[in-house]
Write a new protein. Sequence first.
Lengths: 80, 419
Amino acid sequence: MSDRDTILTAVKAQIEPFNKKGVTVTEATTFQGDLEWDSLTVMDFVAAIEDEFDIIITMNMQAEIETVGQLVDAVAKLKA
Amino acid sequence: MSDDGVQSDLPAAAAAVPAERDLFDKFAPLIAEREALLSSGVRDPFGIVMEEVKSPTVAVIKGKETILLGTYNYMGMTFDPDVIAAGKEAFDKFGTGTNGSRALNGTFHDHMEVEQALREFYGTTGAIVFSTGYQANLGVISAIAGKGEYVILDADSHASIYDGCAMGNAEIVRFRHNSVEDLDKRLGRLPKEPGKLVVLEGVYSMLGDVAPLKEMVAVAKKHGAMVLVDEAHSMGFFGPNGRGVYEDQGLEDQVDFVIGTFSKSVGTVGGFCVSNHPKFEILRFVCRPYIFTASLPPAVVASAATSIRKLMHAHNKRAHLWENTRQLHGGLKRLGFRLPTDEPQSAVVAVLLEDQTQAVAMWHALLEAGLYVNVARPPATPAGTFLLRCSVCAEHTSEQIAQVIAMFEAAGRATGAIG
């Protein structure tokens, strides 16, 4: 598995506890539209991702991230 | 006009806007929610009009004398005769308004006087007065944390702190509410070099919980960050000099900036920042919400100056405020209401309820009985909570608090909030 695949797998695992609707998660899945997360859920999820990868995703960066794929890219960049 | 007065919905005759360009479409869910709420027959929680205000603790609402337990008038200074006299005198001597910015023609004698009163109250070398507390946060946070620097804030921060972050160019990082460990972890992950500002609040106003400032400030300092504490909800009754939670926890030489307001304990309107920073005065030239707005009217700053000086010696009021808080918190707890803190931590006592329907039903029943409290809902509240917020005043009598507890008991049983 490439690094990116590893990150994607880990991100999907972090999404599951918040995936109340049981949406099938792909790279194209959007947090707001598909997963229907409100701002509080997003906050808890971001904190979980930050702790999982030992990174900081600033609120400025969060504003640019809409899909799972974009999040994976952001994590990959932050970990590089 | 309906009996809702100025809160009436738009008249039916209002012109229709073609749907394809109506920018208001995005408000449709909120409009629907409000319509559903009001059609259930309750009064509008966000449309209260005080027809007459009799004292810091009593007003007339819809013709009914009502106990006020939902104002931020913690120290009950709004009807203090000296505070009123100072305002009247300033009206006569300086007129009704300044017509300009603090930076140009809007600084009068009493603007300097109130800043001097603040320096004395807080024991600091610097004090800058803004037109509101909201603008103080907006101005200071957006100005001092610049591009490439970091603001680290508590997730439950007040809207003015979030808006100050949004207005500036710094990178914004959030940590879990009141979690020292989470703050430490996040600061540890940031690059060492850039400047950092940690923003905290002494009392968080929705649940009335107090921050573990001592531990949080120690963590911030360990990582080389400057610290700003908003003490809006603690002025006058925390710490030996009433300076706030940071004074109560012995942090006067470690907090870099304190933000406060005149609209709560001081009893007028206005905001401020106090600091011992040697270059503090430059903020007058870099805070846009200080420069590009009109300064406070002379009567407001004159009243504020007198009120602040009186608060320095208001030991009896302070003691009575804490007595009231303990009485209310204890009484509601005994009745079986769910309270967010086991002990009273501040002058805010919040009652947690199941959902919006129950919260509004409770609120409505209390208002009908002659008690005004705030109803609050997400996103203003943390983690999806619906609550009634009581803010206690030093001028409430013990009898009023006993009355309040009895009203809560009746409303709680009628709405099923307590058994």
